[in-house]
Design a binder for this molecule. Structure first.
Ligand SMILES: NC(=O)c1ccc[n+]([C@@H]2O[C@H](COP(=O)([O-])OP(=O)(O)OC[C@H]3O[C@@H](n4cnc5c(N)ncnc54)[C@H](O)[C@@H]3O)[C@@H](O)[C@H]2O)c1
Length: 380
């Protein structure tokens, strides 16, 4: 098939490689010139910024950002802009697939009206989990739903060419809602375990021993790990797309709102516990945070709770530096070498970080990461 992929970020690139390897003729369209330059010759298919390269495509996939705006309301401007830019180059009968995460009705009520009635439409939400070595684009089941029988069958044909398991649902709205619900499930359970960690602390009980004990129940329980909070552009963002849709329809998404509140408060909760640990105040204390990416072994700092912890500690007067060999630079600051300081915080535990400077300097270290064993006891 001749396939065009609009947006060549994390999702668009992974799809481009999979579709190219499956034998399709792929073009990637990307508005960020530095991204185009970085991908040129590196992915096996052509990537450029010219939307006319879409001419003749049978399948056009949209894989652009769907963030929240400054009021934490869904921002579909990238999706709308991508559709407007590509519209005049898409031929009659082409299949338009949306992989970008959004609320139910986005394909039918936002994308299709811009693109027009000549096209076929399907939803195929991406579920990729960065740095997950077990589950990738080929073996993670893919949800598919078209707006017509013809659209569904064309989408099934395309996705079956590189996905082992494709699960058809009855409408694009179900596929869109399933994607949001999956991530909301994680967000709410993470918030619950983060709240439990705070309760266990005041009760003087070990959170981890309690969770491990609860996890011996062979049914009806799924373990989640307390941490500094949630980051990236999925878990902190997608549930707000669902609550937005709910509230527009007149239903309060109370669990989602509460889970957001608990998760967002974790960095300041940890900062206040650090202050107690350091004798009641962090003013003038030298603190290092290891890992500012939101997840181990990725360089993505979007919505990272480590950044909120750094800000909270600095506001309290601490002298904070950070170490992250994967991120390198952030906000005009560079990753600092680990050093003997008043307190070290393992926020995100990238593989291969050498904590020897902390060990040798007898630095007090707390581990609030989700990584099972960093060599230090879990703080939460
Ligand atoms: N990264 C993930 O782990 C993941 C997982 C599942 C779903 N998603 C969803 O997939 C979508 C894309 O996410 P991503 O991680 O690839 O984002 P990204 O920011 O890595 O990539 C998006 C790319 O689209 C480009 N772009 C923006 N507007 C464009 C336009 N009008 N035309 C062409 N290119 C445009 C950007 O320059 C960027 O390179 C989002 O809806 C996201 O929520 C992401």
């Amino acid at each position: 098939m001749r396939v065009a992929i609009i947006g060549q970020g994390y999702v668009g690139k992974a799809l481009g490689i999979a579709a190219h390897n499956a034998g399709h003729s792929v073009v990637g369209v990307e508005i960020d010139d530095s991204r185009v330059a970085a991908l040129a010759g590196a992915v096996g298919y052509s990537v450029g910024s010219d939307f006319s390269s879409v001419i003749g495509s049978e399948v056009v996939v949209i894989a652009v950002p769907t963030p929240l705006d400054e009021n934490r309301v869904p921002d579909l401007s990238y999706v709308e802009s991508a559709c407007k830019s590509v519209k005049s180059f898409v031929g009659a009968g082409a299949l338009i697939v949306n992989e970008s995460t959004s609320f139910p009705g986005t394909l039918r009520n936002v994308i299709a009206p811009i693109m027009g009635s000549d096209c076929l439409y399907a939803s195929a939400p991406e579920r990729i989990d960065p740095a997950n070595e077990k589950w990738g684009i080929g073996n993670t089941p893919r949800l598919i739903a078209g707006m017509s029988v013809e659209a569904t069958s064309k989408a099934l044909e395309f996705y079956r060419s590189f996905c082992k398991e494709v699960h058809e649902v009855s409408s694009p709205e179900v596929a869109e809602a399933a994607k949001l619900f999956e991530n909301t499930f994680r967000q709410v359970n993470i918030a619950l375990v983060n709240e439990f960690a705070q309760i266990a602390n005041v009760l003087g009980i070990s959170t981890h021993e309690t969770l491990a004990a609860a996890a011996t129940k062979p049914y009806g329980f799924m373990p989640f790990v307390p941490s500094i909070g949630v980051g990236g552009h999925c878990i902190p963002v997608d549930p707000s797309y669902l609550s937005f849709a709910a509230e527009k329809a007149g239903v309060e998404a109370s669990f989602i709102n509460l889970a957001n509140k608990v998760n967002v408060s974790m960095p300041s909760y940890i900062a206040s516990r650090i202050a107690s640990l350091l004798g009641g105040s962090v003013t003038g204390k030298r603190i290092q945070v290891a890992g500012i990416a939101y997840k181990a072994d990725v360089s993505d700092t979007r919505e990272s709770p480590s950044l909120a912890l750094i800000s909270a500690l600095r506001e309290l007067g601490a002298v904070v530096s950070w170490h992250d060999p994967v991120v390198g630079t952030w906000n005009g600051e560079n990753s600092a070498a680990l050093d003997s300081v008043d307190l070290g915080v393992i926020a995100t535990a990238h593989t291969g970080v050498d904590y020897m400077a902390w060990k040798n300097g007898n630095t007090m270290v707390i581990d609030v990461s989700t990584t099972a064993n960093t060599g230090w006891p879990k703080f939460l």
